[in-house]
Design a protein. Structure first.
Length: 96
C-alpha cells in the first residue's frame, strides 16, 4: 500500500503569475493564517520562500519561470492542506 502522506509532501502547479508574484502571494497567504496554521517568513530569495509555523513546521515554496508559465513546487509535512489551497488559488496558465 502506498504511503499517502509521503505522496502529499511535495505539490506542484503552473501559474500565469511571475515568480515574484507567486512568492508575494505565498507570504500573504501563509502570514494571514490563524492558530496553528499561521507560518512566518524564515528565509526568502528570488526563487524560494521558507516559512516556519508556530509548532516549528516548515513550509518551503520554490518557483521557476518558464516559457509555459511559472512552475511552483511546495513542500511541507503538516501543511499539505494549506499548500493545496494556496496552489489552487493561483491563476492557471491560459492557452493561446
Amino acid at each position: 500500500m502506498p504511503n499517502l502522506q509521503k505522496d502529499r509532501t511535495l505539490q506542484q502547479a503552473v501559474t500565469s503569475l511571475s515568480a515574484a508574484q507567486v512568492l508575494s502571494a505565498a507570504k500573504e497567504f501563509f502570514g494571514r493564517g490563524s492558530g496553528i496554521y499561521a507560518a512566518f517568513i524564515e528565509q526568502d530569495g528570488p526563487s524560494h520562500v521558507s516559512l516556519r509555523g508556530l509548532g516549528g513546521e516548515e513550509v518551503v515554496i520554490g518557483v521557476a519561470a518558464g516559457d509555459g508559465g511559472t512552475s511552483v513546487n511546495a513542500s511541507s509535512y503538516m501543511f499539505d492542506q494549506q499548500i493545496a489551497m494556496f496552489l489552487s488559488s493561483l491563476p492557471p496558465v491560459v492557452s493561446k
